[in-house]
Design a protein around this ligand. Sequence first.
Ligand SMILES: O=C[C@H](O)COP(=O)(O)O
Length: 345
Amino acid sequence: MTKWLKDLVPFASLLANLQSGSLMTSPTIDLHPPRNPGMPLDLSWFDRIAVNTPAAQARAAQLSTRRSLKKEWQAAWLVNAIRCIDLTTLAGDDTEARVARLCAKARRPLADHILDGLGLDHVQTGAVCVYPTMVRAAVRALEGSGIPVASVATGFPAGLMPMNLRLAEILYAVEEGAAEIDIVISRAHVLEGNWQALYDEIAAMREACGDAHLKAILATGELGSLRNVYKASMVAMLAGADFIKTSTGKEGVNATLPVSLTMVRALRDYGAKTGYKIGFKPAGGLKTAKDALAWQILMREEMGTEWLQPHLFRIGASSLLGDIERQLEHHVTGRYASSSRHALA
Ligand SMILES: O=C[C@H](O)COP(=O)(O)O
């Protein structure tokens, strides 16, 4: 057995839990564990950090070419990806009806014959993610499901709004029922190296969130370098972010594996120094089952199995579920129901 396959063996216990339904029907996982209280800003934690970009790129390239997953494990990983999706709609033409359909999909992401074929009673997505004005409709549509509503806020996607309005938007989303707030940072603070301003901004946003968990979207495609990505990640966590998230889905470059690796190493470093567990959310442009596998492999290899659970790992995606469903349909029936992209074939 190769080292790579050996590393995957503990995942078989997750598969067993998935098959018994225990992870889905009576979740033992608290999706909202205690908040990260943050720490005072200390530049020595990150100012001299060296990020080896070619090494990060080489490591990331390996992750996307792992092909040696056994079939049954592959299906378990894909089911697990569904549990971790923040099923998203963030479009200018969103309506309450669309949000209601999205929520119905979040409650029941797989057709019954696929669930039966996998031996599962139930599976649902990690959360639903919408604009603030859609939060109330989503809360209504998800009632009784235990699926939290995440709202973007603070002038998503660019964040170029006065601070008082950005904070007011958080208060509004929380009032409407959002349990998680996906904030956007001011990219200018990163590009100008103004870490104090970035820290103060995120700390104020965290305070406005109250009990809602804060996910800090770094918009990494606009931060210029992996070094900046590492520093911005660390400042966000010091300021109290519960999750760090790559992208809004609206930048020219969204989630990539080298950026994700850099962020995950930052959250690992933060955990080593403080003992707090921070979640990671890749988002933007993730559309294929292959993407879902590559990002889970990254989490498994860098952080261990605990970071494959929805309290510490989410995939922000508006159009990933369809391909996962097609691959699971194929796993169960041996056929692709429609003209799928055969991402894993
Ligand atoms: O937060 C989630 C992202 O906005 C989703 O991006 P996407 O539409 O490219 O999947």
